[in-house]
Each structure stands twice: as C-alpha cells, then as structure tokens.
Design a protein around this ligand. Structure first.
Ligand SMILES: [Zn+2]
Length: 331
C-alpha cells in the first residue's frame, strides 16, 4: 500500500469533510457550503495551492483510467472546492470549460435560429419546436458533461453517479442529432418519418434502460457501453440509406447536397471517438499533455464541432424544404 500513502491522507481529508454533513446531497455530491456562500467567497480569488493536485499513482482507483495523463488530478474535493477548482489549472480544467462553453454556443444558436433563421423562411411553430428541441438536447449534453468533470473527483459514489449523468447526456445529444435530421429528411414522407422517429425513441429508451444494470458503470462493462453507443450512432446508416433510395438515388440534387454533410458528420464523430478510445496523443508522450491537448479534451472539442455541424446541416435542410415543394423531388 506504500504508493497509496498520499491516498490515505486524501481519504482522511474526505472523512473530515463528512463530519460537517448537513444531510444535503445533490446526485451524491455532499453540499458542504450553500451555493450562496460558495459564490460570495470569491470563486476567482483562489490560488492554485488551495486545490492540491495529485500524481496518477497516488489517486484512488475510481479516478484511474488514463495512466498517460500522469499528473494534475483533483481528489476527494468537497462541493465548494469542486466548483472553485474550475478556475485553477488541473487536468480537468479544459474538459470543464470546453463543454461549458459549448453549452453557451448552443444556447446562442437556439436564440439565433429561432429569432433570425426560422422567421426568415416563414417557418411554422413545428420548426421552432423541432430545431429548439435539437439544440436543447445539445445543451443538456454539454451541462451533464460539465457536471461530471467538475464533481467526478468528489467521491467514488459521486463519480459513478455523474458518469451515469454524463452518459445519459451523450444519449440525449445523439437524440438531438436524430430528431431534427429525421424530421426534415423525411419531411415529404411522413409515414417513414414517424416510423424512424419511433425506432429512435425505442432504441434510446432501451439504451437508457440498460444503464440500470448493476454492472453497467463498472470498468468490466466498458466495451459493452461503447458497443451500445456505437450501435445507436451506427443505426443512422439505415434511415440515411433508405432516404437516398426514396429520394431517387445519388443522381438527385437533394442527395448530392446532403449526403456529403451527413458523411462529414459521421467523420467528425468518428475522429472525436478515435481520440477518446486511442488515448492519442498522450499515449505516445506520457505526461506531456496532462493539462492541454489530451485525448479527452480533443474528444470534447470534436463533440462540440460535430453538434455544431449537425445544427448547421439541419438549418440548411430546413431552408431547402421551405424553398422547394415536396412535389419537386418525390416521384
Ligand atoms: Zn468528458
């Protein structure tokens, strides 16, 4: 247990914190100070020395997972310091801000699309609902991820709970891609639009349901988790192929316009996922990307870019729908 000497101290620190237990928890994060006093204590004023950072070899097992990020871990921080730690450099700082920034990007796009784009093309209330729902899904995904990266270090229970929140957020993000895309792609083929929307709802609910399996969040189920999400994303190939066929094949203008956009979306997602799964580049330079440039940060940026691209594609197909009639491309 020699190498966990520091970990023992960390455990003790956590026990000290738990003595002030006021019996108030949010998603297994014990609230040590109320939010008001945490905020008024000056979130930006803290020094780096207030948040101790640890080596990979010193952190408890629940925080381990990427040995190539060798330093910069926050361990067993109480609620208020978790929040404050977003303002100091740790190996989670960019993970937190990349998705918190993403939340504001999609909030801005939601306002922009609703106030500028949709009225410009005389879109109806259904367009407002569909495009807003898609962007709300992206915002939800971003906030879940931000929460996971802020509070994951609090305790093992909190880490598991917030991982569940993070994964549920990704699921909602994927739904946010499917919902408007299927709605506008099958705009003139409403029976197929409804069938595919039902399929996606069933698949998403099944994915959510599997999360209740007691071993779902264990490390032994890592591959199963990846396989389930991979299946959910890969499923999109079926409606896309069907849509190409129903639209008249590759010679049709609408297919030539939108298939490259869908392919780009998949390539962006695949690139982001490749960073996530390969732990590149830190795998080849352990310790060099502890704070900036690690695979998880690249995965985060890839997700934001992919969601942004998806929203842009949805707006393009929406404007296309309003500038052409269904009779123009349905035989
Ligand atoms: Zn993340």
């Amino acid at each position: 247990m020699g190498q966990y000497g520091q970990h023992d101290n960390i455990k003790n620190r956590q026990l000290t914190c738990q003595r002030q237990d006021r019996g108030f928890h949010i998603l297994d994060v014990e609230i040590d100070h109320d939010l008001e006093s945490t905020c008024s204590s000056g979130l930006c004023d803290i020094k780096e020395s207030d948040i101790p950072l640890h080596k990979y070899t010193d952190i408890p097992e629940f925080l381990q997972g990427n040995p190539f990020v060798t330093h910069g871990y926050r361990v067993a921080l109480p609620f208020s310091l978790c929040l404050k730690s977003a303002f100091v450099w740790s190996n989670e700082t960019l993970n937190i801000w990349s998705h918190f920034g993403g939340f504001f990007l999609f909030l801005f796009l939601m306002l922009y699309d609703n106030i500028i784009i949709i009225p410009n093309y005389n879109g109806g209330y259904t367009d407002h609902i569909i495009i807003t729902l898609g962007l709300l899904c992206f915002q939800f995904c971003m906030l879940c991820s931000t929460g996971f990266h802020i509070f994951g270090c609090h305790s093992e229970r909190a880490s598991k709970r917030w991982l569940a929140v993070d994964l549920a957020g990704i699921l909602i993000g994927v739904i946010g891609c499917y919902l408007p895309a299927v709605h506008y792609a099958f705009y003139c083929l409403s029976i197929w639009r409804d069938i595919y929307l039902i399929c996606i709802t069933v698949l998403s609910l099944s994915t959510l349901f599997v999360q209740f399996h007691p071993r779902y969040f264990s490390n032994t189920w890592f591959k199963q988790r990846i396989a389930i999400y991979f299946g959910l994303v890969a499923y999109g190939v079926i409606p896309t192929t069907h849509w190409i066929y129903l639209s008249g094949g590759f010679s049709e203008k609408i297919v030539q316009m939108f298939v490259p956009k869908v392919v780009t979306m998949y390539l962006l997602g695949a690139l982001a996922f490749a960073f996530y799964i390969s732990k590149f580049p830190e795998r080849f330079f352990p310790g060099r990307f502890n704070y900036v440039g690690s695979s998880h940060q690249l995965w985060h940026i890839g997700m934001v870019v992919a969601f942004y691209w998806m929203n842009k594609t949805v707006c393009d197909i929406f404007t296309y729908r309003y500038s052409t009639s269904c009779n123009d491309h349905i035989n």
